[in-house]
Design a protein around this ligand. Structure first.
Ligand code: AQP
Length: 334
């Protein structure tokens, strides 16, 4: 019997700031869960990272630290291709080509561009605006079927689909048209102090975000301070009880219990006990990851070997697509 080829999955995380439990729940833990069923490419998106000014030494260090985190969380480099975006030049090359299939007006309307332009008003650079096109290049290079991301990235996957379809219509089918993949629980973890906005690495108030590097006391202190409401009832209602619903999502994501199970567990209990239980569940899960990440981070030789092999495997797949594109658009080849 001929074995059916696995579908292709692509995702990336930027090595910027300190990663939050939002990045873990919305992205990384899903990578681990999906790696057995798909052919996976997981990138460390350092080219996206420089759309906001970075300290070079920190960017280098965070690149390796994110790799160590991927591995510590359980992403297996034997099963998945793990690599650094700038190690595969095809990303920049395809991005340039796709720029000519993207309209300025579309990019100006992107929520993340508007948001980051407001936050970095002194550096509204072309890269910030072009971010979605580079992301389209990332995804389309690998003939990706699914892109597991948090809900904040929905618009960017949509634009990648539009660009792919536009190119395919002008020439002939060249790119697979990808689909975003969102998890039922945790596709958007919100800020603990302002649950109307997503938990972000770059939040102004660090107490609203729980970082993957936070120690147990810090995690528990942050959850204790989380904003709830005055109803004193632990039930999921993301419209009217944003704070409590957000905490239930975190609890569910970190314990594997469903939202209903979590509601039943805390029925009749006070917010104080609830917040403490959420904090403890998160801290318990983070401790072994932090330990493993520190061990891996110390082994540069191993990390470099993973990246060398990842870059080679990624480039092979990416260059196949790029060659097709260059042929179709009429670039003379020797
Ligand atoms: N709060 C979140 N809930 C669920 N998923 C989330 N993701 C991010 N925040 C949440 C998902 O994590 C992946 C990587 O995202 P990223 O590297 O773009 O990081 P970010 O946290 O979105 O970055 P910020 O906050 O905008 O910080 P800076 O300023 O450092 O770039 C994606 O799949 C994302 O959906």
């Amino acid at each position: 019997m001929v074995e059916e080829a696995k579908k292709i999955l692509y995702s990336a995380v930027q090595p910027t700031n300190n990663l939050t439990i939002g990045n873990y729940v919305g992205a990384i833990r899903n990578f681990v869960a999906l790696q057995n069923d798909y052919d996976c490419f997981f990138a460390i998106a350092n080219m996206h990272a420089i759309t906001v000014r970075q300290n070079p030494a920190e960017l280098r260090q965070r690149t390796l630290s994110l790799l160590a985190l991927y591995l510590a969380c359980g992403i297996n480099p034997e099963k998945c291709v793990i690599y650094v975006q700038s190690h595969v030049p095809a990303h920049a090359e395809l991005c340039w080509t796709l720029n000519t299939f993207t309209y300025v007006g579309e990019m100006e309307r992107m929520t993340q561009f508007k948001d980051k332009s407001a936050r970095h008003a002194d550096n509204i650079n072309m890269g910030l605006m072009d971010y979605p096109v580079l992301m389209a290049a990332d995804i389309l290079l690998y003939q990706t079927d699914y892109v597991p991301v948090g809900l904040d990235q929905r618009q960017h996957v949509e634009i990648a689909r539009d660009i792919a379809q536009r190119f395919n219509n002008v020439y002939s089918p060249t790119f697979k048209v990808p689909e975003a993949m969102f998890m039922k629980v945790g596709a958007k973890i919100n800020d603990l102090l302002d649950p109307s906005k997503k938990m972000s690495k770059s939040s102004e108030n660090v107490n609203g975000s729980v970082f993957l590097s936070d120690d147990k006391d810090t995690v528990i202190r942050k959850f204790k301070r989380a904003v709830t409401d005055s109803e004193a009832c632990i039930r999921y209602d993301s419209e009217n009880k944003r704070g409590v619903s957000n905490l239930l999502s975190v609890y569910s994501a970190f314990t594997g219990k469903s939202l209903e199970e979590a509601e039943r567990e805390f029925a009749g209990k006070g917010y104080g006990d609830f917040k403490l239980a959420v904090g403890e569940a998160v801290a318990e899960k983070l401790a072994p990851i932090q330990k493993k990440q520190a061990e891996l981070f110390a082994d540069k030789e191993y990390l470099n070997a993973v990246l060398r092999s990842g870059a080679e495997r990624a480039a092979k797949a990416a260059n196949r697509t790029l060659a097709k594109v260059y042929k179709k658009i009429g670039f003379y080849q020797i």
